[in-house]
Design a protein around this ligand. Structure first.
Ligand code: GRF
Length: 203
């Protein structure tokens, strides 16, 4: 399958997917990496791997809609089967989301539906939770609200702070994101009108 990855920063999740492809775990290819920030380190990761690294600055556009339209045009040149949001820090317009409905994943650092939005690690600690984690989900118009695909858990220990928890969760992100992409590319994971299915069973 043909994959396009969207990033805004370090791209460690992008790296995890690239590594899983190199290891033969994923039956797919990253056709392009697109960043809204020119300085995103993930662009270097892509270039090093021989993957086209594209920059489209949202600040060059007048509106969210015109930026998203330009992204669609750039992305669709690569005819993607799957869009992977990997630390892409822009809210997407309804039109963009609809265009890639059922074929766009995001990863969020919490056990959704808990803690949508920012500062998830701090919020989990403050709530006194004993566990925390990350979620790969299909993207819908509701921010961090789409149907869940894969979750990974970590325990919150007494001496954890937001920073240490973030590091623990990041490690798990690097396991579950390649897994979700692997399953999608093998046609094992899909979102149909009946909900999200893995190997023909509803999640
Ligand atoms: C991750 O924590 C992910 O959950 C969030 O953005 C971060 C991206 O990290 N959506 P990286 O750029 O993949 O290292």
């Amino acid at each position: 399958k043909r994959i396009v990855v969207l990033i805004s920063g370090s791209g460690s999740n992008l790296q995890a997917v690239m590594d899983a492809i190199d290891a033969g775990q994923i039956n797919g290819r990253i056709e392009a990496v697109l960043s809204n920030k020119a300085e995103a380190f993930g662009l270097e990761r892509a270039t090093k791997a021989g993957i086209p690294a594209l920059i489209l600055k949202h600040t060059d556009f007048e509106s969210r809609e015109s930026f998203d339209q330009a992204m669609i045009e750039k992305i669709d040149q690569h005819k993607p089967d799957l869009i992977v949001l990997a630390g892409f820090m822009r809210i997407l317009s309804a039109e963009f989301v609809r265009h890639y409905q059922g074929r766009m994943f995001n990863i969020h650092p919490s056990l959704l539906p808990k803690y949508k939005g920012l500062h998830t690690h701090q919020r989990a600690i403050e709530a006194g939770d004993s566990e925390h984690g990350c979620t790969v989900h299909f993207v819908t118009e509701e921010l961090d609200g789409g149907p869940l695909a894969v979750q990974g858990k970590v325990s919150i220990d007494g001496d954890d702070n937001a920073e240490s928890l973030q590091q623990k969760v990041h490690k798990v992100e690097h396991q579950i994101y390649p897994l979700a992409v692997e399953w999608f590319c093998a046609d094992r994971l899909k979102w149909t009108k009946d909900g999200v299915e893995l190997d023909g069973k509803q999640l």
